[in-house]
Design a protein around this ligand. Structure first.
Ligand code: KIV
Length: 271
C-alpha cells in the first residue's frame, strides 16, 4: 500500500486564524513553475502572482503593460507547482477599472483558467462595487492600499505614501471599507510603520506589509528583489536573502570558460 502524505492547503480561514494567534504570514511573489515549486516546498503561506511580473519577468518599466492573458499564463504555471500555499493573482491594470462586470469577468478568468485561489486588486472605496461583485461570485479578494503601482503616473513617484494626514485618513477608512466589503486581507505598500500598525490594529483581517514596517500581520517581497537578482535595487525596506546575481553571473562565466576551453563536456559527460 502506498502512503501519500496529505498536505494541508493554506486557506483564507487559516490566515484569519494566524492573525488571531499573532502568527506572522509569509508571502512571496512567483511567476513560474520551477520557482513556485521551491517557494511552496519551503513552506510559504501565500504565493502572489504579482503584476510585478511586468517588471521582473518582461522588463517593463511599470506594471501597466502586463495583460490579463499574460497574468493567467504566469498563474497557471504557479498553480501547477503550489501544493500548500494559497495562490493569489493580481488583477492587472485595465482588467477591472472599466466597470464591476469587467472586474468580475477578469476575476472569473483567473479562477477558471489558472485555477487560482483568489485575486488581489489595487484601490479603496472607488473599487468597492467591483470588490463586492467579485466576492458575490465566491472569489476571495485581497485589497492593496498605500503605494499602488498601477497608479504610478498619478503619484509621479515611488516614494512613501500617506505621510500627510489627509491621505492617511483616507487609507484608514479604505482599509475598514475593504474589510466590511468582505476582503480576506489587505496589502499595505510603502506607508509609515506607525500608520500600518494603526490600520493593522483597527481591522480583524490580516494586513501584509511591503515597506510598511514590523507591525503588519505578514510580509511580502518580490522574489527577484529578495534573491538579489535585480542588481542595484536596494530600497530601505528590502532585506536581501541571497546574492543570486553574482552566483549566476559566475556560473555563466564558468560555463562559457569550460565550453571555450573544451573542458565541457568531458568523457563522463557524454554517451
Ligand atoms: O505585484 C506585486 O508584486 C505586488 C507586491 C509588491 C505586493 O503587488
Amino acid at each position: 500500500m502506498s502512503v501519500t502524505k496529505e498536505i494541508k492547503r493554506v486557506t483564507t480561514n487559516s490566515l484569519q486564524e494566524m492573525k488571531k494567534r499573532g502568527e506572522r504570514i509569509a508571502m512571496l511573489t512567483a511567476y513560474d513553475y520551477s520557482m513556485a515549486a521551491i517557494v511552496d516546498e519551503a513552506g510559504m503561506d501565500i504565493i502572489l502572482v504579482g503584476d510585478s511580473a511586468s517588471n521582473v519577468m518582461a522588463g517593463h518599466e511599470t506594471t501597466l503593460p502586463i495583460t490579463l492573458d499574460q497574468m493567467i499564463y504566469h498563474a497557471q504555471s504557479v498553480v501547477r507547482a503550489a501544493k500548500r500555499a494559497l495562490v493569489i493573482v493580481d488583477l492587472p491594470f485595465g482588467s477591472y477599472q472599466g466597470n464591476s462586470k469587467e472586474a468580475l469577468n477578469s476575476a472569473i478568468r483567473i479562477m477558471k483558467e489558472a485555477g487560482a485561489h483568489g485575486v488581489k486588486i489595487e484601490g479603496g472605496v472607488e473599487i468597492g462595487e467591483s470588490v463586492t461583485r467579485i466576492l458575490t461570485a465566491g472569489i476571495p479578494v485581497m485589497g492593496h492600499l498605500g503605494l499602488t503601482p498601477q497608479s504610478i503616473y498619478k503619484f509621479g513617484t515611488y516614494t512613501v505614501r500617506a505621510k500627510e494626514e489627509a491621505e492617511a485618513q483616507k487609507l484608514r477608512s479604505d482599509a475598514i471599507a475593504l474589510q466590511n466589503l468582505g476582503c480576506f486581507g489587505i496589502v499595505l505598500e510603502k506607508i509609515p510603520a506607525k500608520l500600518a500598525k494603526e490600520v493593522t490594529d483597527s481591522i480583524s483581517i490580516p494586513t501584509i506589509g511591503i515597506g510598511a514596517g514590523k507591525h503588519c500581520d505578514g510580509q511580502v517581497l518580490v522574489i527577484h528583489d529578495m534573491l538579489g537578482i535585480n542588481k542595484g535595487f536596494k530600497p530601505r525596506f528590502l532585506r536581501q536573502y541571497a546574492d543570486l546575481n553574482n552566483v549566476m553571473n559566475s556560473a555563466f562565466k564558468n560555463y562559457i570558460r569550460d565550453v571555450k576551453d573544451k573542458s565541457f563536456p568531458n568523457d563522463t559527460e557524454q554517451y
